[in-house]
Design a binder for this molecule. Sequence first.
Ligand SMILES: Nc1ncnc2c1ncn2[C@@H]1O[C@H](COP(=O)(O)OP(=O)(O)OP(=O)(O)O)[C@@H](O)[C@H]1O
Length: 231
Amino acid sequence: MLTVENVNLHYGAAQALRSVSLNAPMGKITCVLGRNGVGKSSLLRAITGQHPVSGGTVSFDGKSLNGMAPFNRARQGVGYVPQGREIFPLLSVKENLETGFAPLKRKDRTIPDDIFSLFPVLESMLARRGGDLSGGQQQQLAIGRAMVTRPKILVLDEPTEGIQPSIIKDIGRAIRYLRDSTGMAILLVEQYLDFCRELADHVYIMDRGEIVHQGAAETLDTPEARRHLTV
Ligand SMILES: Nc1ncnc2c1ncn2[C@@H]1O[C@H](COP(=O)(O)OP(=O)(O)OP(=O)(O)O)[C@@H](O)[C@H]1O
């Protein structure tokens, strides 16, 4: 289980996370919702080690990740699908997938077949440049690249952003498959309420750097939850 306890994060003098605590258990999909700019990406930066925390602890299976470089967190099993995908545009689809080999031992450097059963389009485009793919295909590639690292927890930053509905469905199906087939923990941040309501086992809502609500996915329909999500 991934545990975040009382985490603070600052950009200079500006505080983006205020004593944030949450759990992402194995075999469950945990969603963090919130409007623009409430600190969702900052939370994922604290978890993946892209930005240092100024207080509190991030731990995985009881082991603190604080102070550990992103590369070493990947070795511990933290897979990351960043906002905006961050595909290498000049590398082929195959080469983009192979960038996921970096944290793996030499004998484990293979591309798992289930990437292509989940996202057949990637197999048919293996030789194409990443930059030639549509936004939705790039999102599938970014998830595939994270799967190559054999994560124990998969962290996704707004996987539906700018993506057409048919591909959003494929991505939802893939996330469910990963939870059910591997028992990994999945933590995703989103602004798309319906996607989270359908997918999540547990939801948190953030507002101005704090967790202001948590509960089962159905609790997103309560007036109290809605109040934190409407603009
Ligand atoms: N590199 C940075 N330097 C300074 N301030 C930042 C930086 N990144 C984010 N912020 C600020 O921190 C706050 C939280 O931003 P964050 O990106 O975590 O929010 P978010 O909920 O992910 O928003 P979005 O949905 O737009 O990605 C915002 O006020 C933002 O302006």
